[in-house]
Design a protein around this ligand. Structure first.
Ligand SMILES: Nc1ncnc2c1ncn2[C@@H]1O[C@H](COP(=O)(O)OP(=O)(O)OP(=O)(O)O)[C@@H](O)[C@H]1O
Length: 253
């Protein structure tokens, strides 16, 4: 049976049925709708004012790759300028390959890239060194928690280094749902009460942060990357199997 006609342009053949709405769309109309929804998230939430210098947390993974690409498309309409900031956690056999993907993106999209390393910021400590020192201590499962705290700090330092006024990260709707479930399972009522917003306004002198993809499902992020033929790094961090987040993700699925 031939594919139906695209429900938006009524000209091309549909290439997908949108997970979000069930609409049959061609690749071009899907990507345009996806970008329009991110634009709406940014404008309706007043996340990035005109003139903002935006540091994109660039990990080389699908979410931040899609985020950087979409914001680059939207930048002239938003009146913002972009900088890529990548954090090198010092994870052998993982981060080097991911950083190579970020370097290719920066070159292709002509965006300035700055890399900040845990080793330089935290007295020589890398994530591999943290993992070695916690191995067998009962705290090894907490590796990802330590890393999350250090990365937040490193991203802030990197963003300040490039003169950014705002930080954006690629968290998508699935990430947000996992976080809610994790906080629920831990009984962390404080985080549950604080979560759910579009980001943080920059309390305590920190730069404002937001997540423009937080209403986009992981499936749609992957579809966007596919139709735009984006080059990204898709392997999981070597420490991820230990993380509590994986448990929440499995439950959610
Ligand atoms: N090493 C890094 N350097 C810069 N930003 C990072 C780094 N790691 C994560 N981030 C930022 O935090 C967001 C969430 O990262 P996390 O690893 O939790 O999720 P993810 O869903 O695998 O994201 P991605 O697909 O972009 O790697 C990323 O989208 C990115 O914006």
């Amino acid at each position: 049976m031939p594919a139906p006609t695209c429900a938006s342009c009524h000209a091309a053949r549909a290439a997908l049925r949108r997970p979000r709405s069930g609409q049959a769309l061609c690749g071009t109309c899907f990507c345009a709708a996806f970008e329009a929804e991110v634009l709406h998230t940014v404008l309706a939430g007043r996340l990035l004012p005109p003139g903002a210098v935006v540091a994109v947390g660039a990990s080389g993974g699908k979410d931040s790759t899609v985020l950087a690409h979409v914001l680059r498309e939207l930048a002239p309409r938003l009146g913002v300028s972009l900088r890529l900031v990548a954090v090198d956690e010092g994870i052998g056999g993982y981060r080097d390959a991911a950083l190579a993907a970020v370097q290719r993106q920066a070159a292709r999209w002509e965006l300035p890239l700055t890399i900040v390393a845990y080793a330089d910021l935290f007295g020589g400590w890398t994530m591999d060194a943290v993992a070695r020192s916690t191995a067998g201590s009962g705290r090894s499962r907490a590796c990802c928690t330590f890393c999350g705290v250090l990365r937040r700090r490193a991203l802030e330092e990197g963003a300040r280094l490039v003169g950014a006024t705002h930080i954006v990260t690629g968290h998508n709707a699935d990430d947000m749902a996992e976080t809610v479930l994790m906080n629920f399972l831990r009984g962390d009522t404080g985080r549950l009460a604080r979560g759910g917003g579009l980001g943080s306004p920059g309390e305590g002198g920190a730069l404002p942060r937001c997540r423009p993809l937080q209403f986009a499902s992981q499936k749609e992020v992957v579809l966007y990357a596919h139709f735009r033929r984006l080059d990204y790094f898709s392997e999981e961090c070597v420490y991820a199997p230990e993380a509590f987040r994986g448990y929440a993700r499995d439950l959610l699925k």
